[in-house]
Design a protein around this ligand. Structure first.
Ligand code: THU
Length: 160
């Protein structure tokens, strides 16, 4: 028997002012997307913006459905859109912002497990890390240098 210790290293920024201007502008695109989310059932609005290595920025937001499981998270809407529109581009970074309608969510909201798995697919495919920045509506911003930090013991094609 042995024990495996896994370590996750994240960077916490207390203000957008601490971030480089390209990330501030990526987060503002994510905010714009969050404001356009279609979330009439949960009233929880999520926006994501993806910076690609070809200079393009692709956005996504959560899209809900009266048949609840048919909806999709912001992160997967964005990443599948990027994969569909720019299949050869690599993802450099992703900015995510989320919050409930009636309160100014101030804690950083990380991507859900299913979205982490989807992001992991693209990180493995492109063989370079994806930087992920996530926040609430206000407050701290957390940065992960790679999806591997958010999804230890990743399941990927090497298992198949
Ligand atoms: N949601 C996202 O868009 N991303 C996540 O990572 C977590 C949850 C959405 C799905 C649903 O529309 C609403 O937030 C409440 O779960």
């Amino acid at each position: 028997m042995k024990t495996i210790k896994l370590e996750t290293v994240l960077t916490v920024y207390q203000s957008l002012k601490e971030l480089p201007s390209d990330i501030v502008s990526l987060m503002s695109k994510a905010t714009e997307a969050r404001n356009n989310a279609y979330a009439p059932y949960s009233n929880f609005y999520v926006g994501a913006a993806i910076q690609l290595d070809n200079g393009e920025i692709v956005i996504g937001n959560n899209q809900e459905n009266a048949s609840y499981p048919s909806g999709l998270c912001a992160e997967r809407t964005a990443i599948y859109y990027a994969g569909a529109k720019f299949p050869k581009a690599k993802i450099i970074s992703m900015a995510i912002t989320a919050g409930a309608r009636d309160k100014k969510t101030s804690s950083p909201i990380p991507p859900c497990g299913a979205c982490r798995q989807a992001i992991a697919e693209y990180e493995v495919k492109q063989e370079t890390p994806i930087e992920i920045y996530f926040m609430g509506v206000t407050g701290d911003i957390i940065k992960s240098d790679s999806i591997a930090n958010l999804l230890p013991l990743i399941f990927d094609k090497s298992a198949l």
